[in-house]
Design a protein around this ligand. Structure first.
Ligand code: NBG
Length: 841
């Protein structure tokens, strides 16, 4: 970090003058504008200009530009008044914003030069930024990729979410395994968000329903908190269009402080409402084992829905006043609301309530508007992830909404009774309310399906399963309601910016950089897959990325890895269905075999570095045991002098978007090995494939389509198929399963205590027995293990053929065009939202 005179730039450089210049394009002007922010929008002690100050000032200089584009975008949207999409999601995994904003605005060169003039490299400043981690995993990252594509495609759209003070926890790895500590992205402040003090809506909780003399109903009493808007700019790539991610924060008003009580010394009592308001946006996914935890989560969901819908309706109203009254029946031709999974389901009864109780519509009219406005994306078939809320909790927190939900259910059930006698015995599973006296609940997915005009799954196989199983009876009622929208990823963040080396090579060979917004052009690489020159350039880009990754791994884990070994990566949330356990058991078997070999035999093997990363939910014990096992195996293998030249095992701590941007470009093999039928789509599989990384995987989620696109000879397939799974589970129950000796050997090796004294019994027990809770190998690790090991052997063989491998790698990238989120979003826009591009001229 040396400036031009070789000194660290920790105080404001004097040679360049600080000058506000929001439209700066050229390095010196940009540098002046950065200094202007450092000096006149200060957040730190005067005149300090260390890397952190440089980050904030740089971000603010960019924000100037974004604000301008933003204003132009909204002036234009206002003028054209197109139909707009509102994407409601409890999660966004935005990661860092600096490199992305500079890249999307195409200001890479000038910004790098400007910072150099100020004594810094752009990369080291970018490194200072904390990830905005307002999500868990794939679902949240998908929402963020979607925003990038909406902006890039010039679509009139908004993202709505919550401004969690602490995003997803930070994962520390200690001798105990995973430990969680609060994440701190807002500890100082975020330079990207802009608070809109004029955009505030009241959101009520609890209270009761009042019936007016005319029969209309009104929700009154209870707690009222304020939702305040914070907007984050989302710049499109190579376009002026810049849209908003609007994040709500919960607040109390000044008058909610009870001054009398406060002066009596009752500080906590006096500020009760304030503290209850603050709880709402404190963390993403508060633990929900307790009643309080459940209540808080439900509050969060309602808070998002209510604030967003009030905002949407007020935008619709604004028009009415300027243009003379607009008809409510036009609402669905101006507004599309997309619910990202069931978390924002309360948007349905809240829209009904706002229309009926606040705006005087009758039931039929309100229902017509609502059901033509909302659409629902399902992201999982796992029963434990399908939300069901206790009816009593809902009556307590949202009494008016429960009335509405009950009415929706009643009318739905009546229609079925009247029109579909054949479904009579299905009514108990089709209805929204599950009135089982033991545990009466509201089934959120059912409410979504009944109320939405469109329901979609996120990969072809997943959508087929939804139609054939989970929602089969609904399909018989509404055959045209169900669609597939295979997920996608933004090629900007996940190739152009995270691997500039490979991107430049692609641009050179395709003779255009248009692939960045038209990813199908990558097929143009196929004709060069055998070309030695391309192969050697490809290899050198990969090697550079692998070296960078190796340095990172050494820095964060202390383990030194060999950049010439095969880099094999599995990164995702830790879950039994994702089968990190199968991966590590495979590694354990490999380790045992390497130990048994003579030195000359070992020399013939393909050296491998296996990296596994991901967070386990804090209360998911078996997932945490898996993390511990991977770490223990790593400790033993990496310090074994006989073997560690041929095998290294690394647990990559605190996996997040930024870590992914480092890992994916440096990967050669990645594992997507879920039990078939259980991973709805997966999206990191797409990122890896796009970066020329080969996949070892099952026929699950989007793997199926990736394999189709890249070619089956470029995909290491193994394992049972989704349609075989029920039979295999049954056979297991019947005691017909015969384990492969390799599988028994691997488990036995763990039990022998080679990897330390930690009790792996409970984890391994899940693979034993044929039935019983937490037993009987529900995820078919034992069944798939032999074919997994065979596929791994094919990987080793293939890797020995360097040219063959490079060809496969090129073909993998060449076949990834389909997985651009631009394609996905264009399909949503056309087939679900019915919106059109509205480019700022
Ligand atoms: C996840 C699925 C993934 C899928 C993402 C994005 C949930 C509920 N579902 O397979 O498990 O890729 O959604 O669609 O988080």
């Amino acid at each position: 970090m040396a400036n031009t005179n070789g000194k660290a730039a920790t105080s404001l450089p004097e040679k360049i003058s600080a000058k506000a210049n929001p439209e700066a394009n050229e390095a010196t002007e940009i540098a002046g504008n950065i200094l202007y922010h450092a000096k006149y929008s200060p957040h730190f002690s005067p005149l300090k200009f260390g890397p952190e100050q440089a980050l904030y000032a740089t971000a603010e200089s960019l924000r100037d530009r974004l604000i301008q584009l933003w204003n132009e975008t909204y002036v234009h949207f206002n003028k054209v008044d197109p139909k707009q999409t509102y994407y409601l999601s409890m999660e966004y995994l935005q990661g860092r914003a600096l490199t992305n904003a500079i890249g999307n605005l195409n200001l890479q060169g000038p910004y790098a030069d400007a910072l150099r003039k100020l004594g810094y490299e752009l990369e080291e400043i970018a490194e200072q930024e904390k990830d905005a981690a307002l999500g868990n995993g794939g679902l949240g990252r998908l929402a963020s990729c979607f925003l990038d594509s909406m902006a890039t495609l010039n679509l009139p759209a908004w993202g709505y979410g919550l401004r969690y003070r602490h995003g997803l926890f930070k994962q520390l790895i200690s001798q105990k395994g995973q430990e969680e500590i609060p994440e701190d992205w807002l500890e100082k402040f975020s330079p990207w968000e802009i608070v809109r003090h004029d955009v505030v809506f009241p959101v009520r909780f609890f209270g009761s329903v009042e019936i007016n003399p005319d029969g209309s109903r009104k929700w009154v009493g209870g707690d009222v908190v304020q939702a305040l808007a914070y907007d984050v700019p989302i710049p499109g790539y190579n376009t002026k269009n810049t849209i908003s991610l609007r994040l709500w924060e919960a607040k109390a008003r000044a008058e909610d402080l009870d001054l009398f009580q406060f002066n009596e010394g009752e500080y906590e009592l006096a500020a009760q409402l304030r503290s209850r308001a603050q709880q709402i946006c404190t963390v993403l996914y508060p633990g929900d084992a307790t009643e309080n935890g459940k209540l808080l989560r439900l509050k969060q969901q309602f808070f998002l829905c209510s604030a967003s819908l009030q905002d949407i309706i007020s935008r619709f109203h604004e028009r009415s006043t300027t243009e003379g009254s607009r008809k409510w029946s036009d609402f669905p031709s101006k507004v599309a609301v997309q619910m990202n999974d069931t978390h924002p389901t309360l948007a349905i009864p809240e829209l009904m309530r706002l229309l009926m109780d606040e705006n005087g519509l009758g039931w039929d009219e309100a229902w017509d508007v609502t059901s033509r406005t909302v659409a629902y994306t399902n992201h999982t078939v796992l029963p434990e992830a399908l939300e069901k809320w206790s009816q009593s909790l809902m009556w307590k927190l949202l009494p008016r909404h429960m009335e509405i939900i009950t009415e929706i259910d009643k009318r739905f059930v009546k229609t079925i009774r009247d029109t579909r006698v054949d479904l009579e015995d299905k009514i108990s599973s089709l209805s929204i309310l599950d009135n089982n006296p033991q545990k009466p609940v509201v089934r959120m997915a059912n409410l979504c399906v009944v109320s939405s005009h469109t329901v979609n799954g996120v990969a072809q196989l997943h959508s087929d399963i939804l139609k054939a199983e989970l929602f089969a009876d609904y399909v018989s009622i509404w055959p045209n309601k169900f669609q597939n929208k295979t997920n996608g990823i933004t090629p900007r963040r996940w190739l152009r910016f995270c691997s500039p080396e490979l991107s430049d090579i692609i641009t050179k060979w395709l003779k255009t950089d248009k692939w960045i917004t038209d990813l199908d052009l990558l097929t143009g690489l196929r004709q060069f897959a055998d070309n030695e020159e391309l192969q050697s350039e490809w290899a050198s880009a990969k090697t550079a990325n692998k070296k960078r990754l190796a340095q990172y791994i050494e820095r964060v884990t202390g383990v030194s890895i060999d950049p010439t070994s095969l880099f094999d990566i599995q990164v995702k949330r830790i879950h039994e269905y994702k089968r990190q356990l199968m991966n590590i058991l495979g590694v354990i078997y490999r380790f045992k075999k390497l130990k048994e070999m003579k030195p000359e035999e070992r020399k013939k093997t393909v050296p491998r570095t296996v990296m596994i990363g991901g967070k386990a939910f804090a209360t998911y014990t078996n997932a945490k045991r898996i993390v511990k096992l991977v770490n223990d195996v790593g400790d033993v293998v990496n310090s074994d002098p006989e073997v560690n030249e041929y095998l290294k095992v690394v647990f990559v701590p605190n996996y997040n978007v930024t870590v992914a941007e480092m890992l994916i470009p440096g990967s050669e093999l990645s594992q997507h090995i879920s039990t078939a039928g259980m991973e709805a789509s997966g999206t990191s599989n797409m990122k890896f494939a796009l970066n020329g990384c080969l996949i070892i995987g099952t026929l699950d989620g989007a793997n199926v389509e990736i394999r189709e696109e890249v070619g089956e000879e470029n995909f290491f397939l193994f394992g049972a198929t989704a349609d075989q799974v029920p039979r295999l589970r049954k056979e297991r129950e019947d005691g017909l399963f015969k384990p492969d000796p390799r599988f028994e050997e691997a488990k036995q090796f763990v039990k022998s205590g080679v990897f330390g004294s930690y009790d792996y019994g409970p984890l391994l027990d899940s693979l034993e027995g044929n039935t019983g809770f937490g037993r009987g190998d529900y995820f078919l690790v034992g069944y798939d293990f032999p074919s997994f090991m065979d596929a791994q052997a094919k990987v080793d063989e293939a890797y020995k053929d360097r040219k063959g491998w490079l060809k496969m790698s090129i073909l993998s990238t060449a076949g990834s065009g389909k997985f651009s989120s631009d394609r996905t979003i264009a399909q949503y826009a056309k087939e679900i939202w019915n919106i059109e591009a509205c480019p700022v001229p």
